[in-house]
Design a protein around this ligand. Structure first.
Ligand code: DP6
Length: 357
């Protein structure tokens, strides 16, 4: 066989990973390189139909270097986070047989092969809707499929996704997920575990209000660095508040106690934004619409006598709301339409359920 024929093969895999939304927030690292957090966090994985990344990874001897396309545009793959994920995945590659030819790609060959990656989001990038979480989770998962990587311990792949973006480790599981901060210096125990399947709490409905699809001004990565350096409240939060809340939240999820779930979710979102305000210079992620939404939910819950809806905001003004059940979700949509009437040209089909967890 000539060199050209030898180089003619390409292997490829495509995968999809959903985004996740934290109900106990991760904010602050104790190790920037390994992306080790200062506190544990808990999230709900969203429905991939609505918020997800789809990634295709391909390998071929004809590829001369690693390359990456995000939403159709080529970007550098030289960043440390991509390099770390690719290195860790290559180190775990095992034999793969190409079905059509019977040719075996051995571990040794994998270490010499270059990878092409194409990833697409089905929602606005960097608008505070955890696009990096879905993206890195999907990259690691699709590479695991391509390179036939088997976990040596449960959660090993989540630790690699974590090297891409902290919150990505929680997107490898569906349902309710906890990221244990871990204790080890090498981050081996800083992994995600599933607390409950999505089907565990079928009643819960998630509604996302995209207040703005603009790119956020302060990225999570730099925002949390500033908070770790300057916010005394963040230190108190990580050491005193979060450990208690993690236990309470686990219990609320297990027993499907919506009132408790809502209380902790809202309190934790508000405390996270308080630490942003406590950062010097202060970081503002919420805008007037976000604050109006908070007011609406708070008044409703007080009036009802017990929580019907919970809200949470990441590093941006968009709200993620949890309704107690379908009936409440319908009421919530009505109230949102009343409070934030769409313009005449708006596409009303976009005002729809985003499904449950
Ligand atoms: C507010 O995971 O995006 O969404 O680890 O630096 O990539 P890096 O940060 P990232 O931070 C997410 C912060 C958050 C809260 C959360 O998802 O827990």
């Amino acid at each position: 066989m000539g060199k050209e024929e030898e180089d003619a093969w390409v292997v490829m895999k495509t995968a999809r990973a959903p985004s996740n939304i934290a109900v106990i927030k991760y904010w602050g690292k104790r190790d920037e390189k390994l992306i080790l957090p200062i506190n544990s966090s808990i999230s709900v994985t969203l429905d991939p139909e609505h918020l997800s990344a789809t990634t295709t990874v391909a390998a071929s001897p004809a590829f001369e270097r690693d390359r990456l396309w995000l939403n159709g545009k080529e970007v550098s793959v030289e960043g440390e986070r991509y390099r770390n994920c690719l290195r860790e995945m290559r180190a775990r590659a095992t034999d793969v047989v190409i079905e059509s030819s019977g040719k075996v790609i051995t571990k040794e060959v994998w270490s010499t092969l270059h990878i092409h990656i194409a990833s697409e989001n089905n929602f606005p990038t960097a608008a505070g809707l955890a696009s990096s979480a879905a993206g890195f989770a999907c990259l690691v998962y699709s590479l695991a499929q391509l390179m036939n990587v088997k976990e040596k311990y449960e959660g090993e792949l989540t630790a690699i996704a974590r090297l891409g973006s902290g919150s990505a480790c929680r997107s490898l599981y569906g349902g309710f997920v906890k990221w244990n901060m871990g204790q080890e210096a090498d981050g081996k125990d800083s992994i995600a575990t599933q607390l409950a399947e999505q089907s565990h709490w079928e009643d819960l409905v998630i509604i996302i209000a995209v207040v703005s699809s603009r790119q956020k001004e302060t990225s999570s990565t730099s925002g949390m660095q500033e908070s770790v350096k300057t916010s005394p409240l963040l230190k108190y939060r990580a050491e005193e508040m979060v450990p208690k809340r993690i236990g309470q939240m686990e219990k609320a999820i297990k027993s499907m106690d919506f009132a408790e779930f809502a209380r902790i979710t809202c309190a934790d979102s508000n405390q996270f934004h308080a630490t942003c305000l406590d950062t010097s210079p202060p970081i503002f992620y919420l805008n007037d619409s976000s604050r109006r939404l908070i007011g609406l939910v708070e008044r409703w819950n007080r009036h009802a006598g017990e929580p019907q809806v919970a809200y949470t905001f990441d590093a941006g003004p968009n709200a993620v709301m949890f309704a107690k059940n379908k009936e409440v979700a319908v009421q919530l949509l009505k109230r949102l339409l009343y409070q934030f009437p769409p313009s005449a040209e708006a596409d009303l089909s976009r005002y729809d359920y985003l499904g449950h967890s």
